[in-house]
Write a protein that binds this ligand. Structure first.
Ligand SMILES: Cc1ncc(COP(=O)(O)O)c(C=O)c1O
Ligand SMILES: N[C@@H](CCCC[NH3+])C(=O)O
Length: 416
């Protein structure tokens, strides 16, 4: 099946009734397709061809243990941003020697934990972080493998909240300072300079910014070689966009090939990718039930049992995600609805102005919800986080139980 091809109602490669899943496990409920995750992962892996490469799945997109275990079984690496994510990767059977650790604020404890497990590389974002890693490595009696995240000042042309490669973003070190910072890293006794990396933003739908950033990094690799600093791996980050509505991002094949081709003559350079969304977004849906239909003065509302605490992307980025009824065959009156949740915020919507034929108790699927869905969920309004289900062929696995109300306050204390 083609990467973006989905038949109208067939959300996944597996032939399952999502309505049956909703009935069995209740709603709201996230559902992921193992076959789709695998297909997307292989699309990256295949296209890199003979260039030595490592796919480090960005755990932040979806960190469910069962999802991480699917990646681990594929032989994937992982891009993590916290000690919590590292612990999840280990628990899911991931190989720490394929883990890269990104993020601007790594704590001493997180660095120590990563060193203890001998991760592949720290993607370092500042001079002061270099000093901190050097110190913690000395205490651990180890040499820490590091790469510097370079901010290439390239416009990723995506939502400003998820653009990370511009001068005024907090990420990485400036291109102009990079050589000097590498020299500093090279001078520290408990660091081992092994790589270079960048990540310019998320949900990119055009190849140009990726290639522009890559060219900047390649030139820097050559400049560093003249300073006798030899880079063994190039980590191009993640960021490849997906189709939520009518976006036409490059296919992972095209994207990966375009990058791999530019490395001609550098066959010794290990190429690292950190895709998150491109693997997970369209491998998951959020199932929800219509509680009430309500006619306002100006609008019709479909009040559903999922809310912004379950899926915050529409509220946070005005993101558009397709919403489809699961029982579309039934006769229903057609109307235009805002699909809203029960939370006490006007920003609590999953979709606006959607023409749907629905009735109370119908199930809806919010599509493209496998990435940055559950991973960004909260307990706002003291709502319990949703269940998660993984479909594997004919098998339907509950991979996270719906939270129980008691769990929401089990670590709180009333002073006596
Ligand atoms: C350092 C880093 N790597 C990888 C990713 C994954 O990005 P995406 O989900 O857009 O592929 C992110 C998030 O944008 C990130 O910050
Ligand atoms: N959470 C964002 C992506 C953030 C990427 C993290 N660097 C989204 O849903 O689109």
């Amino acid at each position: 099946m083609d990467y973006f091809a989905y038949k109208d109602q067939q959300l996944f490669a597996e032939d399952v009734s999502l309505e049956a899943v909703a009935r069995k496990y209740g709603t709201p409920c996230y559902v992921y397709s193992k076959a789709t995750i695998e297909r997307h992962w292989h699309a990256f892996d295949r296209a890199a061809g003979s260039q030595p490469h490592l796919i480090c799945y960005a755990v932040k997109a979806n960190s469910n243990l069962a999802v991480l275990n699917v990646m681990a079984k594929l032989g994937s690496g992982f891009d993590i941003v916290s000690g919590g994510e590292l612990t999840r990767v280990l628990k899911a059977g991931g190989d720490p020697s394929k883990v890269v650790f990104s993020g601007v604020g790594k704590t001493q404890d997180e660095i120590a934990l990563a060193l203890k497990h001998n991760i592949k590389c720290f993607n370092v974002e500042s001079r002061s972080e270099l000093a901190r890693i050097n110190e913690v490595a000395e205490q651990a009696g180890k040499k820490a493998p590091i790469s510097i995240r370079v901010n290439p000042d390239v416009d990723a042309k995506t939502h400003p909240y998820i653009s990370t490669g511009l001068k005024d973003n907090k990420f990485g070190v400036e291109r102009q300072q990079a050589v000097e910072i590498y020299q500093y890293a090279n001078s520290l006794p408990f660091l081992n300079v092994v790589g270079i990396d960048c990540h310019i933003g998320s949900q990119l739908t055009d190849l140009t910014p990726f290639v522009d950033a890559l060219d900047i990094l390649l030139a820097l690799i050559d400049e560093l070689a003249q300073q006798n600093i030899h880079i063994k791996h190039l980590d191009v980050g993640g960021g490849l966009g997906v189709t939520y509505n009518d976006e036409k991002p490059p296919h992972p094949d095209q994207y990966t090939q375009a990058i791999a081709e530019r490395l001609e003559g550098r066959e010794d350079l290990l190429l690292i990718f950190e895709p998150g969304r491109a693997i997970m977004a369209n491998a998951g849906v959020l199932l929800t039930k219509v509680e009430f239909l309500k006619q306002g003065a100006e609008k019709n509302f479909a009040i559903v049992d999922a809310a912004m605490n379950d899926l915050i992307r529409p509220a946070l980025y005005s993101a558009w995600q397709n919403i489809i009824p699961l029982n579309a065959a039934l006769e229903r009156p057609k109307a235009v609805y805002d699909i809203v949740g029960p939370i006490c915020e006007t920003g609590d919507f999953l979709g606006k102005g959607r023409e749907l034929t629905i009735a109370p108790d119908d199930y809806l699927a919010v599509r493209s919800a496998g990435a940055y869905g559950f991973a960004m969920a909260s307990n706002y309004n003291s709502r319990c986080r949703a269940a998660e289900v993984l479909i594997d062929g004919n098998n339907i696995h509950l991979v996270r139980e719906r939270e129980k109300i008691e769990q929401l306050f089990e670590s709180e204390h009333i002073p006596t």
